[in-house]
Design a protein. Structure first.
Length: 580
């Protein structure tokens, strides 16, 4: 490739705002539909959880109606339990599909018009991240692609939104240095004076200024790491399917340095891979965009996915923060396919090193996903795109739902044993069935993922079973213990969004809080846990809520535990695949 630094590409590309009140079909989009097999998988995945959930609801109604009547409180409890249970069960058939997934064959030869390969821009948005490791990872990918046996052509574009002038100067100097050391690679750097519309605005600015010169763009995050083989497969897939507008990988979490990062990496490797494969099978050409590690047809994106501001002020209005789901929905509305590609395994991302860091990032995602509720009625969206938007919001609204259920079941425990019971006492068998059903549905995706992992890896004998069992038990135990804490913080994030508190888009912080800071951060859930334990001590707590009280009470020491650095020996036993 031609050596370049800030090559002045003047091929502009219009990217107009899309209407949220009228349908749009891109005239350049070929007709695309999901296969019949995909539609069958979709019906089973969405329909079976509904049947299971309705069955549980019928049993619960029978228990409460044993005294001959059903109170309003009892009916509300059953309805809320059924609704929350559906979203839990949904992951089970998805994991089952992933267990039996087999990677698709290599893409068919590209049509004559694209047989020369795609001209692809690797886009690396930056927002104050360390310059050396961030740019080095992207440059290593570009270097590997330059040596690959492929007709596709690649260049790297570092798109800075960094606000700190000192960090920006370091970025520019690092980009110049690396470009000078690799004169055979095309490396470009630019920094925006204003970070209008955050990451989506950063990408849009590049598309409008330079996108017309490129067939496709590989969108990364600052923490993305990808292998040349994965990117080549993505490019081959996009070139072979002219109806496809976006190819999304299923990124795995890199191991990192702390216990929290290793646990997240294990879950991603063992459970997330299986779920991602199942998701790809039942979504077909109506997949989703995760915002990074995805290859996008540039002209399709420009014509179909320009994001307007939502009416009103942030956090409910203004800039669409969780832009990725919305861009995928708009691409599909315009007639372009959106595909998941689980077989591109060399796709990685990082996760925050501490629980508070993870929660802060999750809070920003909550604000963005809550905006999706305002887009459910946008004309022309595919039904499955609407489902993706609703599911993104339910990731956070379900925590509010579960907290309401917790309070209702606590009320049930108090009032059912009081002098004037408002709720019928559920028989012990009912508690055991409810508890068992919840536990089974929560654990089933993990068990299915473990089965899939063992089938795939243990035949080679390269991964000792005792180490696998150790990590599986640790991940399961800590995820159960920390789930109530994460629920409380998600409820807080939802309530802050509904109250109009704008969290903005803050750069990632790598600092590790001390015990005093953790005590302040986890004060709310600790107090809730102690309150539940007090009720339990007086016999006024439904038995299956006792573990939640214990978990919440342990929030501070658990958060301190998972942020500890992994020693080299422990890190060596991690099952997570190392970065390329």
């Amino acid at each position: 490739m031609t050596a370049a630094f800030r090559l002045p590409l003047q091929t502009t590309l219009p990217m107009p705002d899309q209407s949220l009140t009228a349908s749009f079909l891109d005239p350049a989009a070929p007709e695309t539909h999901s296969m019949r097999r995909t539609r069958v998988f979709r019906a089973l995945t969405l329909g079976l959880p509904m049947l299971v959930t309705l069955g549980l609801g019928a049993l619960s109604l029978g228990w409460f109606a044993r005294d001959g009547h059903l109170s309003l409180a009892e009916g509300a409890l059953v309805v809320m339990t059924v609704f929350a249970f559906y979203w839990v069960v949904l992951s089970v058939p998805t994991a089952m599909l992933g267990l039996f997934w087999r990677g698709a064959a290599d893409p068919a030869p590209a049509p004559t018009a694209t047989r020369q390969g795609l001209t692809t821009a690797i886009l690396l948005p930056m927002y104050g991240e360390p310059a050396l490791p961030t740019i080095s990872h992207a440059l290593a990918l570009l270097s590997g692609l330059s040596r690959a046996q492929t007709t596709h052509r690649f260049s790297l574009h570092i798109l800075s939104d960094t606000r700190d002038q000192g960090l920006a100067n370091a970025e520019g100097a690092m980009a110049r240095l690396l470009a000078a050391r690799h004169p055979g690679l095309a490396v470009h750097y630019r920094r925006r004076a204003q970070n209008t519309d955050f990451k989506s605005g950063n990408i849009r600015t590049w598309v409008q200024a330079d996108g017309g010169a490129y067939d496709a763009m590989l969108v990364l995050d600052a923490d993305s790491v990808m292998t040349p083989e994965a990117v080549t497969l993505m490019a081959d897939t996009l070139a072979a399917d002219p109806s496809c507008g976006l190819v999304q990988t299923v990124p795995r979490v890199a191991p990192g340095t702390t216990l929290w990062q290793h646990l997240q990496s294990f879950a991603s490797e063992v459970y997330g891979t299986t779920l991602g494969r199942g998701f790809a099978l039942w979504t077909g050409n109506e997949g989703n965009f995760l915002g990074h590690n995805a290859l996008i047809r540039t002209r399709a994106f420009a014509a179909s996915a320009g994001l307007p501001h939502l009416p009103g002020h942030a956090p409910r209005g203004g800039v669409i923060l969780s832009h990725d789901f919305v861009e995928a929905a708009l691409l599909r509305r315009a007639g372009w396919g959106v595909r998941m590609l689980p077989q591109a395994r060399g796709s990685f991302e990082d996760t925050p090193a501490t629980l508070p860091g993870y929660v802060r990032r999750d809070t920003r995602w909550c604000q963005g996903n809550m905006q999706h509720l305002r887009l459910l009625a946008v004309p022309g969206l595919h039904l499955l795109s609407r489902f993706h938007l609703a599911q993104g919001a339910m990731v956070y609204l379900s925590s509010v739902w579960w907290l309401a259920l917790l309070l209702l079941w606590t009320l049930h425990g108090v009032l059912a044993t009081g002098p004037l019971p408002a709720l019928s006492a559920m028989p012990p068998a009912g508690h055991w069935v409810l508890s068992g059903a919840m536990a089974l549905m929560l654990l089933a995706p993990k068990l299915i993922g473990i089965a899939g992992y063992l089938i795939e890896h243990q035949r080679s004998g390269t991964r000792p079973l005792r180490h696998f069992a150790r990590w599986a038990l640790a991940e399961a135990a800590l995820s159960v213990l920390l789930a109530p804490t994460l629920m409380v913080h998600q409820v807080r994030a939802v309530l802050r969004t509904l109250a109009g508190v704008n969290g903005g888009w803050a750069p990632h912080s790598a600092t590790r809080p001390g015990l005093a800071a953790l005590a302040r951060f986890h004060g709310t859930e600790t107090a809730l846990g102690l309150g539940l334990l007090t009720l339990a001590a007086h016999g006024d707590l439904t038995p299956w809520l006792l573990p939640i009280g214990i978990s919440l009470s342990l929030a501070i020491p658990l958060s301190w535990l998972v942020q500890r650095e992994m020693c080299p020996a422990d890190a060596a036993l991690s099952l997570a695949t190392a970065r390329p």
